[in-house]
Ligand binder design. Structure first.
Ligand code: HEM
Ligand code: EMZ
Length: 398
């Protein structure tokens, strides 16, 4: 189908050169496309560093709008290990039942409000008429409410974040919006100040009392952790949730299959993550003259690890452009690879499983009424990553 189809625009380049050279704000980036090459470069942190100047490993570079270092993302070993180790127990909480029960409530409440005919009748003449923008009314709201559970703050905070829109650094007309970024930075300053005065059970309090290698964290470090928590898990989660609706709208049998065989939920989610690849790529900076995928890379120039291309590598995945919800071996890199692999993956997976699980249980048919695609441009290559807007009607199961 059309709405849910996510083509792989890298196929020919991956099979040919294995790389794609692009320009980002006058600074070139060599995108690495094959799965083995991506893994190898991700593994070689001494050669391809994350600890460059803050913002430079992101493509498009955020150097112009950010000088706070995101932690543990923009660090290399050995410094990376201490921060990663500090955060890991907190970010593994989503594996627990109490946490998942909270996510289940958040998702139930969303479905109750969408599928509630009473509300529908109040708004329009017929319940069938009601549409929801899956980006703003569903995915953004779910992502924000779920984040309150991750950082352990009152659910009421979600409304503030929803008002920021789908990306904390990007607005509709500006991919690098400094004034928007400042809203997040000011908000975090306030939250940290508040936790100092009135300690609670939230992540700010936890970090204010934590130590890395025997030293208390600076406020700058706490801010760096929190900026990453807000930025990294936002449009990625929103794209995954929204793409799942588009997918099931054109594959109703898949929705019925999951409803009837929920034991396949985990493998289904992994396959959707591989297919969607919500984060296209992430950069690194070469620490000396070297090579990647057989191409020269100059000292202090950038490469990127293209997770989206690697996840369609035909030398690893059979029928890579098809969604196979029971795919057996699925070594996808949607959450990255190596020491920087996604810290939010436990949370993201839990939310997606609960979301798709309830969707399959409660919804018979997803109808897409209107779709405005979100397409990224990387040099000559255009990649659809999600939607700016996706108007849907959800039809209840009898
Ligand atoms: C790292 C993808 C959700 C926080 C990464 C990386 C990828 C990724 C590919 C590796 C980056 C690199 O190697 O440079 C995704 C996807 C998500 C998702 C596809 C949703 C489906 C989240 C969430 C959070 C989060 C919900 C937290 C709220 C992080 C952090 C890192 C990271 C902190 C850096 C870890 C480190 O440097 O050690 N993510 N992410 N992510 N992600 Fe996610
Ligand atoms: C950075 C990035 C993290 C970056 C793991 O990815 O996500 C992007 O959306 C942000 O713009 O600053 O946090």
């Amino acid at each position: 189908g059309n709405v849910s189809q996510l083509d792989d625009p890298f196929t020919a380049l991956r099979q040919g050169d294995g790389v794609l050279d692009i320009d980002d704000q006058g600074d070139p980036v060599k995108m690495v496309l094959g799965l083995k090459d991506v893994r190898k470069a991700a593994h070689s942190w001494q050669l391809f560093q994350s600890g460059a100047i803050p913002g430079r490993i992101v493509v498009p570079s955020e150097v112009a709008i950010r000088d706070v270092r995101q932690l543990p993302f923009e660090l290399d070993p050995p410094a990376h290990k201490g921060f990663r180790g500090l955060l890991e127990p907190w970010f593994k909480r989503p594996a627990g039942k109490a946490y998942q029960d909270k996510l289940t409530d958040i998702v139930s409440i969303m479905f109750d409000s969408i599928l509630d005919n009473h509300t529908a009748i109040n708004k329009r003449s017929s319940p069938e008429m009601v549409t929801h923008d899956a980006v703003k009314d569903i995915a953004l709201v779910l992502q924000s409410r779920a984040l309150t559970v991750l950082i352990n703050v009152p659910m009421t905070e979600a409304q503030t974040w929803i008002n920021w829109g789908t990306h904390v650094f990007r607005s509709d007309d500006n991919p690098l919006d400094a004034s928007k970024a400042n809203v997040l930075y000011d908000y975090l300053d306030e939250q940290i100040a508040h936790a100092k005065k009135a300690p609670g059970e939230d992540i700010y309090t936890e970090l204010l009392h934590a130590e890395v290698e025997g030293k208390a964290l600076t406020e700058e470090e706490i801010k760096g952790i929190m900026i990453l928590t807000f930025a990294g898990g936002r449009d990625t989660v929103i794209n995954a949730l929204t793409n799942s609706l588009a997918y099931f709208s054109e594959n109703p049998d898949a929705l019925n299959f999951i409803n009837e065989h929920p034991e396949n939920l985990n493998s289904a989610i992994e396959e959707l993550l591989r297919y969607f690849s919500p984060l296209t790529h992430m950069g690194r900076v070469a620490t000396k003259d070297t090579q990647v995928a057989g191409h020269d890379v100059a000292y202090d120039s950038r490469i990127s690890l293209c997770w989206a291309s690697a996840n369609r590598d035909e030398s690893v995945f059979e029928s890579p452009n098809e969604v196979n919800l029971t795919r057996k071996a699925n070594p996808h890199v949607a959450f990255g690879f190596g020491i920087h692999n996604c810290l939010g993956a436990t949370h993201a997976r839990a939310l997606l499983r609960i979301w798709v699980g309830q969707l399959a249980e409660r919804v018979a048919r997803v109808e897409v009424v209107e779709a405005d695609e979100n397409t990224e441009q990387w040099g000559e290559v255009a990649r659809k990553v999600g939607f700016h807007k996706l108007l849907v009607r959800l039809h209840k199961r009898a």
